[in-house]
Design a protein around this ligand. Structure first.
Ligand SMILES: NC(=O)c1ccc[n+]([C@@H]2O[C@H](COP(=O)([O-])OP(=O)(O)OC[C@H]3O[C@@H](n4cnc5c(N)ncnc54)[C@H](O)[C@@H]3O)[C@@H](O)[C@H]2O)c1
Ligand SMILES: O=P(O)(O)OC[C@H]1O[C@H](O[C@H]2[C@H](O)[C@@H](O)[C@@H](O)O[C@@H]2CO)[C@H](O)[C@@H](O)[C@@H]1O
Ligand SMILES: [Mn+2]
Length: 452
C-alpha cells in the first residue's frame, strides 16, 4: 500500500488530538508517510502540535516526518490528502452567533438558523482561499472537508470550483448516530449499511441493513420508542448537551415515525422548545470553550510536560475514524459505502440537480459513486426545499454581496420565519461580523415617506 502524505488544515483544532489517535488506530487501513499541520494561529497550533509530537513518537515510530507550520507552501506542497477543519472567527464568534439569535427569541446554534448563516458567511472566503492555495501546490490532492456549516461550505465550493472532482465535504453526525445504532444492535458500526437522504444536518435514515442484507430498521425504531436513544461515541457519551439531543430523537420518531431523523432536525421541528431550554449566558459555544477546549488544552499541556503518553486520557473517536476511512476508500479504491455530501444530479429524483445532498455513496479512487434514492415523499421534499433555498440564498448573498438575499435566506429558515425578526437578526449579525463578512449592499428597506 502506498503511504500517504497528509496535511491537517486547522492543526490547532480541538479535534486534532482525537484525529491523531484515530490515524494511529487506523494505520493499517490508511498508512502515512508524513503528517503536516497547518494553521493561521501560531500559538494555538503549537500547543496541539507539540502534544501530538509526543503521541506520534511513541505510537507511530514508522512515520517518516511530522511538521507544523503557518507557511502555505511548506504545508501544501506535494501532499496526497488535506483534511480541513478550520473555524473562522473561533469559538468566541460561535458563542456570539448563538447569543444574538437567542436575544431575538430564535434558535442559537452553530450550524442551524442564523448562527449557521453567520458562520457560513465567515467560512466561505477562507475555504475558497484554502482550496486555491492547496491546488496551487498539490493539484491532485484529495481535499476532505469537515469545516462547518458543511452544507453551506459545500454549496459555496461547488459554486467556486465546479470542475474540481477531488473536493469532498463530509459530516460525522450520521456516523455518530450509527455508533448508537450499532450499540443497540450489539454490532460494529462498520457492519451496518445505511440508506439515507437529505442535506447536511438535515436528513433521515430510511433503512438500516447489515452486510448480509438483513433489515434492522424496525428493531432500531422500536428500541428508540421503547427505551429512548443515547449517544455512545467516546467524545459525546457523557456530554449532558449531547445526551439531551439524542433523547429528543424519541420525540421525533414518535411524531414522525416513517424515517429515523438526524439529531439536528430537532432545531427545525421544535424551535420554540430549543429556545426555551437555552441559557444565553451558557450557550453550546460557551460550554465547548469551558469544556472540550479546556480539556484538550490541558491534555496537551500534560503531554508536553511529561513527554510521554503514560497517564494521559487519549481516545479514538468516530470523528477521526470516519474521515480516515473515507480517505482510505478513496486512496485504495476500496469501494466502501459512506454517507457524504455530493451534487444531487438526479440521486433524489424529485429534487433539483444542483442541490448538494447528503447520501450514501461508494467511494473509489474515481471519487464518490452515489446510490440512487428516487422520489422522496412530500413532507421531506417540502422541508428540504425550504432549507435548500435558504442555503443557496446565503451563498448567493456572499458571492453577490446582496443584503436582500441574506434577508430572504433568514426569512425562509424554519427557525426564524418572521421577516422583521429576520431583518433585526441580520443587522445585528452584520455588525458583529464586520471583520469577517463581505459588505452587503442593497438594503431595500423603504423609508417612511416624509410627511407633507
Ligand atoms: N463536519 C462535521 O461533522 C464536523 C464535526 C466536528 C467539527 N467540525 C468542524 O471542524 C472545525 C473545527 O472545529 P473546532 O471546534 O476544533 O474549532 P477550533 O477553533 O478549535 O479549531 C479550528 C482551528 O482552525 C484554525 N483556523 C481558523 N481559520 C483558519 C484558516 N483560514 N486557515 C488555517 N487554519 C485556520 C484556528 O486557528 C483553529 O486552530 C469547525 O469548522 C467545526 O464546525 C465539523
Ligand atoms: O457542539 P459541539 O461542538 O460539541 O459539536 C458540534 C458538532 O457536532 C457534530 O459532531 C459531533 C460528532 O457527531 C460526534 O461523533 C463527536 O465526534 O462529537 C462531535 C462534536 O462534539 C456535528 O456533526 C458537527 O458538524 C458539529 O460541529
Ligand atoms: Mn456535522
Amino acid at each position: 500500500m502506498k503511504k500517504q502524505k497528509l496535511v491537517v488544515v486547522g492543526g490547532g483544532s480541538t479535534y486534532t488530538p482525537g484525529m491523531i489517535m484515530s490515524l494511529i488506530e487506523e494505520k493499517e487501513n490508511f498508512p502515512l508517510k508524513s503528517i503536516t499541520f497547518y494553521d493561521t494561529d501560531v500559538e494555538r497550533q503549537e500547543k496541539v502540535a507539540k502534544a501530538c509530537e509526543v503521541i506520534l513518537k511513541e505510537k507511530y515510530p514508522e512515520l517518516e516526518a511530522f511538521h507544523y507550520t503557518t507557511d502555505k507552501e511548506e504545508a501544501f506542497s506535494n501532499v496526497d490528502f488535506a483534511f480541513v477543519q478550520i473555524r473562522t472567527g473561533g469559538l468566541a464568534m460561535r458563542e456570539q452567533d448563538e447569543q444574538i439569535s437567542l436575544k431575538h427569541g430564535v434558535v442559537g446554534q452553530e450550524t442551524c438558523g442564523p448562527g449557521g448563516m453567520a458562520y457560513g458567511m465567515r467560512s466561505i472566503g477562507d475555504m475558497i482561499e484554502l482550496v486555491n492555495d492547496i491546488r496551487s501546490y498539490s493539484p491532485d490532492a484529495w481535499i476532505l472537508n469537515y469545516t462547518n456549516p458543511a452544507a453551506i461550505v459545500a454549496e459555496a465550493l461547488n459554486r467556486a470550483f465546479p470542475e474540481d472532482k477531488k473536493i469532498l465535504n463530509i459530516c460525522d453526525m450520521p456516523a455518530a448516530i450509527m455508533v448508537s445504532y450499532a450499540s443497540i444492535l450489539k454490532r460494529e458500526i462498520w457492519d451496518l449499511v445505511p440508506e439515507y437522504f437529505g442535506l447536511n444536518h438535515f436528513g433521515w435514515f430510511t433503512k438500516l441493513y447489515d452486510k448480509e442484507g438483513n433489515d434492522l430498521t424496525d428493531e432500531i425504531k422500536s428500541h428508540i420508542l421503547n427505551h429512548g436513544f443515547l449517544p455512545e461515541d467516546s467524545e459525546i457519551v457523557n456530554d449532558p448537551s449531547w445526551i439531551k439531543t439524542f433523547k429528543q430523537v424519541k420525540t421525533m420518531v414518535t411524531d414522525f415515525p416513517e424515517y429515523l431523523p438526524n439529531t439536528y432536525l430537532q432545531y427545525y421541528l421544535y424551535p420554540q422548545e430549543m429556545v426555551d431550554k437555552e441559557d444565553v449566558c451558557n450557550t453550546r459555544g460557551r460550554q465547548v470553550i469551558n469544556g472540550r477546549e479546556k480539556r484538550v488544552h490541558s491534555l496537551c499541556d500534560q503531554l508536553i510536560e511529561n513527554k510521554t503518553t503514560d497517564g494521559a486520557h487519549l481516545e479514538v473517536d468516530i470523528h477521526g475514524c470516519y474521515m480516515i476511512r473515507v480517505a482510505a476508500s478513496l486512496a485504495y479504491n476500496n469501494g466502501d459505502t459512506f454517507i457524504v455530501i455530493v451534487k444531487n444530479n438526479g440521486i433524489i429524483s424529485n429534487l433539483q440537480d444542483d442541490a448538494m445532498v447528503e447520501v450514501p455513496a461508494q467511494l473509489t479512487n474515481h471519487g464518490p459513486k452515489p446510490f440512487a434514492v428516487g422520489k422522496i415523499p412530500t413532507f421531506y421534499k417540502g422541508l428540504i426545499e425550504g432549507q435548500l433555498a435558504y442555503e443557496k440564498l446565503v451563498v448567493a448573498a456572499f458571492f453577490e454581496n446582496d443584503y436582500n438575499k441574506a434577508l430572504q435566506a433568514l426569512t425562509l429558515n424554519r427557525t426564524v420565519v418572521n421577516a422583521p425578526v429576520a431583518r433585526e437578526i441580520l443587522d445585528d449579525m452584520i455588525e458583529a461580523n464586520r471583520n469577517y463578512w463581505p459588505e452587503l449592499n442593497g438594503n431595500l428597506k423603504v423609508k417612511e415617506p416624509a410627511s407633507v
